[in-house]
Design a protein around this ligand. Structure first.
Ligand SMILES: CCCCCCCC(=O)SCCNC(=O)CCNC(=O)[C@H](O)C(C)(C)COP(=O)(O)OP(=O)(O)OC[C@H]1O[C@@H](n2cnc3c(N)ncnc32)[C@H](O)[C@@H]1OP(=O)(O)O
Length: 168
């Protein structure tokens, strides 16, 4: 279940150099090494995080204080209008960062029941964006989460609030 080190992974599953550099900067900011969330082989075909999905996004998630963080660098095949990342895929990033966080934190799948999202500024293909998520509140098995995507210049690309239902 535990992820293996980035440089031990096949090339297509590795974080790129920019993502590793940005992760190191975040670790410096937090003053600690950020632990990667383990991958669950049972969900290896997950479009966002699965290592077995040939067309997946192959995201890596890191625990941050009270939340989760990931980096993503959209490729040409992830665009909508010229040079701009597809909004549906931005939604995938936000849905996943909130859902996967809860799944790993609680140890049971968390199903997105609702997601409200605002696209604020475009994400350019080839730039590395930072995605973060944290829990806002919960009532029983219903959990409200917030997620945000930040462009390299610090502007908010998109933000979302979602309601997820934890499996019984
Ligand atoms: C490693 C992989 C990580 C993946 C992370 C990504 C997460 C995902 O994308 S999951 C996939 C997408 N989401 C789905 O497929 C979910 C589809 N929907 C469902 O399965 C169901 O509707 C589910 C599980 C959310 C809720 O079903 P169920 O348990 O029957 O609850 P339900 O009877 O509808 O609701 C119970 C109560 O919960 C509350 N509730 C349910 N949905 C909501 C909501 N969206 N907002 C607020 N309250 C809600 C209400 O109080 C409701 O009571 P009432 O019906 O009286 O209003």
């Amino acid at each position: 279940m535990e992820s293996i080190q980035n440089n031990m992974l096949p090339q297509h599953l590795q974080m790129n150099e920019t993502e590793r550099k940005l992760l190191a900067e975040e670790e410096k900011k937090y003053g600690t090494k950020l632990m990667e969330m383990p991958k669950d082989q049972k969900y290896g075909m997950c479009f966002a995080c699965g290592e077995e999905n040939p067309v997946g996004l192959h995201l890596h998630f890191f625990w941050i204080p009270n939340g989760v963080m990931a980096f993503f660098t959209p490729k040409p095949e992830h665009q909508s209008y010229n040079g701009r990342m597809h909004g549906g895929l931005i939604t995938v990033l936000l849905d996943e960062i909130m859902g996967n966080y809860l799944f790993k934190k609680e140890g049971v799948p968390a199903y997105t029941a609702r997601i409200d999202l605002r696209f604020r500024t475009p994400v350019q293909i080839g730039t590395t964006i930072r995605c973060e998520g944290h829990e806002v509140k919960r009532k029983g098995r219903l959990v409200v989460m917030e997620g945000v995507i930040i462009n390299p210049d610090g502007t908010v690309a998109a933000e979302a609030t979602s309601t997820l239902m934890l499996e019984k």
